[in-house]
Design a protein. Structure first.
Length: 301
């Protein structure tokens, strides 16, 4: 029996999730959106939050910032979380599609590679939203062992991490992603889901490049958001230039990962040095050369 036949917002929401993730039915993002809206019309609060996120990022249709914003306003009448998110959004100067109305200026702080700093680009409140949005899904950094197919400890990154998948992209995070697209001269659809990392004492991200060897839709740029300050160590080090960056709360750095021919530039090798005391939080947005489908990766929904 379908959710429509059973009736009730919870049944509709459950069926929407099944179509969203392809559980027992083929994945159908359009159908999923229809069911989320139906559940929302019956007062299902979580379905309404899903609709806000999916309308903003264009899952199951074209991105529609106005629809997402109007839905959030409706939800805010019965949710303090929605009220808080709406208050943050209303403070921002945004275009009708959620991009910043005024393009912030950055400062080149490093050469070879060029590294551009955007001080205080993200507000403390927005940083808190990003960090708290993944607290329930943080896991030790892992990769898939190519021989066994099992998850094993990450060989170069010791930290806890999580990815903000499409349904977790509340409107505050959606606005942040659009700001990162604006400073990089790209569209928001080129960005991978925002990746959040939390480093405790002694944890680090050893030297690496963000470009992916042999990838046809290359990671052309990286934006790193510093979500907190007050820890010791943890500097971002660019090896070739010996540039060391101590990020402050809300700072963003932007750099490109490819050369003029679009090939991986190994001169962009960088590291997150070990944290000596405290906890370091950052969020990374890897930006592709073309549209990137967030549903094609292993990222959680």
């Amino acid at each position: 029996m379908t959710a429509e036949a059973m009736g009730g917002g919870e049944a509709l929401f459950s069926e929407a999730l099944n179509h969203l993730i392809g559980n027992e039915v083929p994945r159908d993002l359009v159908k999923s959106r229809q069911l989320f809206r139906a559940a929302m019309s019956q007062g299902h609060l979580e379905a309404a939050f899903f609709e806000v996120a999916l309308a903003a990022n264009g899952t199951g249709g074209e991105p529609d910032w106005s629809l997402a914003l109007e839905t959030l306003r409706q939800v805010s009448t019965r949710s303090k979380v929605a009220q808080s998110q709406l208050a943050l959004i209303d403070k921002l100067q945004l275009t009708d599609d959620g991009y910043p109305a005024i393009l912030p200026k950055g400062e080149v702080i490093g050469r070879d590679p060029d590294v551009v700093l955007y001080p205080n680009l993200i507000s403390p409140e927005e940083c808190a939203v990003i960090a708290t949005s993944v607290r329930d899904i943080l896991e030790p950094s892992q990769v898939v062992d190519p021989r066994s197919g099992r998850l094993v400890a990450h060989p170069i990154r010791t930290s806890a991490g999580a990815v903000i998948g499409p349904t977790r992209e509340n409107l505050v995070i959606a606005a942040v992603n659009r700001r990162l697209a604006a400073i990089s001269g790209t569209t928001v659809s080129q960005g991978e889901p925002l990746s959040v990392l939390c480093y405790g004492r002694g944890e680090e991200y050893r030297a690496h490049v963000d470009a992916i060897a042999g990838e046809c839709n290359q990671r052309i740029a990286t934006a790193i958001i510093y979500l907190n300050e007050g820890y010791e160590g943890g500097e971002t080090l660019f090896l070739r230039s010996d540039l060391r960056i101590v990020g402050r709360l809300g700072d963003v750095i932007l750099f490109h990962n490819v050369d003029k021919d679009g090939l991986p530039d190994h001169g962009t090798a960088h590291a997150g040095l070990p944290v000596r005391a405290g906890i370091k939080w950052v969020a990374t947005r890897w930006i592709r050369a073309r549209f990137h489908d967030p549903w094609s990766s292993r990222s959680p929904y």
